[in-house]
Design a protein around this ligand. Structure first.
Ligand code: UDX
Length: 436
């Protein structure tokens, strides 16, 4: 099929490339000329494992191309996906900002030729697809089209395998033509027997928010259990195993940490709360999950302070990992963005390392941070080290080398990567999350 992808951000670029890999002919459109020029040169603007090779292969095979010329790309397409950004609105009220979606709808409309399916891929509040449909009709009353919703469930760092081996594909459609077009697009997943969940458009839109809110709630739940374990001397790792083996609960997303972050959970939980409020309801469980997440970050600051004997003032702290999770350069709403400034404010000096996030960190974190070449360099003369993000390169550190260069051997493991016993053997004072 001929597919046009509007927006070459994270979702658009991964989705477009994977559709090309499926065998479709994909044109990715963006109005950012620089970005398109770079993509044409093979320069991928984000770090996502495997993406650069997949882009190169599909460009070479002539299944994937990049352009700023929206008109021609839309006219030639059988399906147009909208994958532009939906940031939280600048008003700071949690609403998703739909300006780019509606602009895209307005720009697409005049160029639609034969029957075209327009698919909302971006995460959008309930009712957005219907609004897109209204806009297209208004601009081009003769257009032959359907609008559908097809939310993405891609995890950063694992997006390509998530796309190629999804647990399910959700399609929100209102006509048989739209349904068969989307089924044809996802036909390559037939062999894997991937379930296609067909719903109405509103349900598909809401499914994305509900999935992310549920996962965020699961994390906040285990984070609160971890705090309780810390208080009463229990072990949250064993507890997570104990509950996770119950098939109804499931073992995934039960890893306590410094709080969830990223481009989805913080934004989508707030947007879902607003959707509910607009409809006269409050989602108290989601609200509590959001509050617990903010509290978790604050508790991590206190954990560091306690380990340093009650004050961060004048202490040097090494931070390993800045991104919100490993295998990404994404710093959006990363716990480090809250925790590090709080430590600096109390007088700590920070030496930080991250395998991919330093460039973005420089724009988001206070200026007076020293960025190091590697983990050992960051830990030199430090009073404590915080393992903030569980990158693979931090999972097998040479602990004796690390300890030798530190001023005080204090290890604060906010991802429970190490066994407390091992760190003790190397002479460290260790604290994890919920493993006192
Ligand atoms: C998420 C959803 O998983 C994905 O389906 C959706 O489409 C987009 O949002 P992503 O934001 O890439 O994906 O990251 P994810 O792996 O879900 O992790 C989100 C945050 O939760 C990270 O900060 C991570 O460290 C944290 N997390 C995750 C935990 O603290 N504990 C866990 O057990 C799992």
């Amino acid at each position: 099929m001929k597919i046009t992808m509007i927006g070459t951000g994270y979702v658009g670029l991964v989705t477009g490339t994977c559709f090309a890999e499926f065998g479709h002919h994909v044109t990715c459109v963006d109005n950012d000329r620089d970005k398109i020029a770079k993509l044409i040169d093979g320069d991928i603007p984000i770090y996502e494992p495997g993406l650069d090779a997949l882009v190169a292969k599909n460009v070479q095979d002539k299944h994937l191309s990049f352009t700023t010329e929206l008109a021609a790309a839309v006219a030639a397409a059988e399906a147009v996906f909208i994958a532009v950004g939906t940031p939280s609105s600048r008003r700071g009220d949690g609403y998703a900002d739909l300006t780019y979606i509606y602009e895209a709808a307005r720009e697409i409309a005049p160029h639609l030729k034969d029957y075209t399916i327009i698919v909302d891929k971006s995460t959008v509040p309930v009712g957005t697809a219907r609004q897109v449909s209204r806009i297209v009709k208004e601009v081009n009353p003769d257009a032959d089209f359907d609008v559908a919703s097809n939310p993405e469930f891609l995890r950063e760092g694992a997006a390509i395998s998530d796309f190629m081996r999804p647990d399910r594909v959700v399609i929100g459609v209102e006509s048989e033509r739209a349904e068969s077009a989307l089924r044809a697009i996802y036909q390559p997943l037939y062999l894997r027997e991937t379930p296609i969940v067909k719903t109405d458009i509103e349900t598909a839109e809401l499914t994305k928010y509900a999935a992310n809110a549920f996962l965020a709630t699961k994390i906040s739940f285990i984070n609160e259990m971890a705090v309780l374990c810390d208080e009463i001397g229990a072990d949250v790792t064993a507890l997570a195993k104990g509950i996770g083996m119950d098939g109804r609960i499931g073992s995934k997303f039960l890893h306590p940490g410094p709080g969830y972050g990223g481009s989805c959970f913080p934004k989508d939980t707030l947007a879902l709360m607003r959707i509910a409020q607009e409809n006269g309801h409050s989602l108290r469980i989601v609200e509590a999950a959001v509050e617990a997440n903010a509290a978790q970050k604050a508790k991590m600051v206190k954990k560091v302070r306690d380990m340093l004997g009650g004050s961060e003032a004048g202490k040097t702290i090494a931070v390993l990992g800045l991104t919100f999770k490993p295998e990404t350069d994404d710093m959006r709403d990363s716990p480090s963005v809250t925790i590090i400034p709080a430590l600096i404010e109390k007088g700590a000096s920070i030496r930080a390392h991250d395998p991919q996030g330093i460039e973005e960190a420089r724009t988001l974190l206070p200026q007076n941070i020293t960025y190091s070449e590697n983990a050992y360099d960051a830990c030199r003369d430090a009073d404590a080290v915080i393992l903030m993000t569980e990158w693979n390169q931090y999972r097998a550190l040479d602990l004796s080398r690390l300890g030798k260069t530190m001023k005080q051997k204090i290890f604060i493991d906010l991802r429970n990567v190490y066994s407390p016993e091992l760190l003790k053997e190397y002479g460290f004072r260790y604290v994890g999350v919920g493993r006192s």
